[in-house]
Design a protein around this ligand. Sequence first.
Ligand SMILES: Cc1cc2nc3c(=O)[nH]c(=O)nc-3n(C[C@H](O)[C@H](O)[C@H](O)COP(=O)(O)O)c2cc1C
Length: 332
Amino acid sequence: MPNLLLDGAYRFSVAPMMDYTDRHFRVLMRQITRRSLLYTEMVVAQALHYSERRERLIDFDPCEHPIALQVGGDDPQLLAEAARIAADRGYDEINLNVGCPSEKVQKGRFGACLMAEPEQVARCISAMAAASPLPVTVKHRIGIDERDSYDELLAFVDTVAAAGAQRFSVHARKAWLEGLDPKQNRTIPPLRYELVHQLKRERPQLTIELNGGLLDLQSCEEQLQQVDGVMVGRAAYDHPLRWATVDRDLFDDSGAPIATASSVVRGLIPYAERWCSGGGRLWAIARHLVQVVEGVSGARHWRRDLGMAAGARDAGPEVFERAAMQLEERGL
Ligand SMILES: Cc1cc2nc3c(=O)[nH]c(=O)nc-3n(C[C@H](O)[C@H](O)[C@H](O)COP(=O)(O)O)c2cc1C
């Protein structure tokens, strides 16, 4: 079997984002890129232990492949169980969150604060790797608080790599665990791409993905000269169609179709039919469509019409049909 992590198949991924990268947004992104790796929002490993909540937390649509389940936790046993569940459910990868600085996550002693405990992360990774055949990967920061030297970053990566981590997705800014909230921790500490580049230079055998502040395909292409993969978060959510040529440009897939606003909306109809016929509300999907039409006259009107129609309790996929037709009439 080819090693998808190493042969460049995952050169681009859409970052895990709590409350944003739910299954509906991921299906939306699949209308734009077939090749990119998509991540779930972080799921706390302990929550997966309780089967009554499990379904809602990890269910996904088959069109979402390739898809990684991101988990949070610091207990090797619970994380091993999460890895088994991920494999049984058909996920393509399991990823451990060592980057989230929220107070709640810190109280649970996981997320970014685990950067201070590489040995514990290593125990978690080896338990996950032993429990399932899935690639186990890590998403982390370049440092936390005063532990922000390159040597500390390298020591963390070496320890975790020895335990079997197959990819390091590095958010290229450190996190201040006290004093900054999660949002500030995504903007205030400066981006230090050079540390991630150095990591790749000094550990060429490891698969290193760079994350943080990438706004367009050109900057991704530049980064790919130095690292194996790039991960984009906010710019993917805020401007999904900015990535319409990612399969062609970054994956050399010259036959990949180039999505338009109308093709995205139309492409979502079969999924919306499945979702609504299972009792789901259309709005859960429609809320993510707001950013699909931007920078053209009438965008605001289109969004308002969609919002009103899709917000109705009994709204069904016909709303998307109408919205797609409006866009097609305008050649969008
Ligand atoms: C609203 C929001 C929620 C996030 N939730 C998660 C999460 O669940 N797990 C995680 O590892 N990172 C999370 N992140 C961090 C992103 O994955 C990413 O590392 C960060 O936004 C930097 O990338 P960007 O500059 O491309 O957005 C979140 C970011 C945002 C904006």
